[in-house]
Design a protein around this ligand. Structure first.
Ligand SMILES: NC(=O)c1ccc[n+]([C@@H]2O[C@H](COP(=O)([O-])OP(=O)(O)OC[C@H]3O[C@@H](n4cnc5c(N)ncnc54)[C@H](OP(=O)(O)O)[C@@H]3O)[C@@H](O)[C@H]2O)c1
Length: 312
């Protein structure tokens, strides 16, 4: 494993993080057994991954908690989240209750990074004015080490909420959507997280468009129709085939993970799966060198105008 510093937190974090949410929820969405999901978390920890990301909404905190009991608590950076969308109550009492319930499920007495989860731009003022003061109190009590915020990338693919959050100084960590199809976080998020030394966790490196060819073709046709991809610039029979060659990527998913990992401003790339084989493959990809400069430059040109898709 390789490690880096997570911005101003100073935490030494693995460059690969295990995502326990996303479409798989470490296999729980596919009705895998708890033992299977636990195996995924153990595999990650065994490979040297020390960032484990969950949320109260995922239903996977208790499984992470079981894995945590098998290691020294201080060896793992536990990242989890308070829901902030829909009818989620954001009163002081509700936040404290949520945190206590997460601590219980995780079997720990502190959270390393506690995020406000999937905040929409319209809700940001409430989060800043009502939620942050409460989180800062919980931090003073030692229950939270660092404050994080995550965006709802599939509805806010251009990072409007994070741009608001970047105006404030309370956030130690931000979780942003970024992938080779929607690179808009480079200018809108990473340029500023770097300036402010805010740690970054990356989600959506690989979703359906970068793991299933049919979905990629559908996505690219839509981009062409909307004038966001020059017609004919990508060979629609094998649009990202140019990335796969000797000295380049082994397949599109490999390319997609490596593209994110080597982006300046990206600290940890999260990868979620219910499949131990996928996890091993993804770790190999994320530890490989950057894509050849020419391939990266071509991706940057191809998708330079795209800022409104998530890549799912
Ligand atoms: N707003 C938020 O706060 C928010 C939103 C989304 C995600 N997250 C967090 O970020 C983490 C990462 O999320 P993500 O959006 O990047 O999705 P993800 O959880 O990493 O999911 C990746 C998807 O791709 C599949 N996959 C993984 N490796 C593969 C491979 N080698 N080949 C083929 N398919 C593969 C997985 O299915 P298999 O199970 O079949 O491998 C899964 O469906 C989440 O787990 C969650 O912790 C946060």
């Amino acid at each position: 494993m390789k490690y880096t510093t997570l911005g101003r937190t100073g935490l030494k974090v693995s460059v690969v993080g295990l995502g326990c949410g996303g479409p798989s929820r470490i296999g729980q969405s596919q009705k895998r057994s708890e033992a299977d999901s636990l195996r995924v978390v153990r595999e990650a920890l065994g490979a040297g991954i020390n960032v484990i990301d969950s949320a109260e909404a995922y239903g996977t905190e208790a499984i992470v908690g079981k894995a945590l009991r098998e290691v020294r608590r201080e060896e793992v950076i536990v990242s989890t989240k308070k829901s902030a969308w829909g009818d989620a109550a954001l009163s002081r009492a509700a936040i404290t209750q949520s945190l206590e319930a997460s601590l219980k499920r995780l079997g720990t007495d502190y959270i390393d990074i506690y995020h406000v989860h999937a905040v929409l731009p319209k809700d940001y003022p409430l989060v800043r004015d009502e939620v942050v003061p409460c989180l800062l109190d919980l931090k003073r009590e030692g229950k939270i080490r660092f404050l994080g915020i995550t965006e709802m990338f599939h509805r806010d693919s251009g990072h409007a909420m994070l741009q608001l959050a970047l105006e404030d100084d309370c956030w130690d960590v931000m979780m942003a959507g970024f992938n080779l199809l929607n690179q808009s976080a480079r200018q809108r998020v990473f340029s500023r997280t770097l300036e402010k030394n805010i740690g970054t966790l990356i989600m959506f490196a690989v979703r359906r468009a970068l793991s299933r060819k049919e979905r990629l073709l559908e996505t690219l046709r839509d981009l062409e129709d909307r004038g966001l991809l020059d017609r004919g610039s990508a060979d629609l029979s094998d649009p990202l085939g140019f990335l796969v060659h000797e000295g380049g990527a082994t397949n599109v998913t490999d390319a997609a993970y490596r593209y994110c990992r080597h982006e300046p401003g990206v600290d940890v790339v999260l990868s979620g799966t219910g499949d131990v084989v996928h996890l091993r493959e993804n770790i190999v990809s994320l530890l490989r060198e950057d894509l050849p400069k020419r391939d990266r430059a071509r991706l940057n040109t191809l998708f330079s105008r795209v800022d409104d898709i998530s890549g799912d």
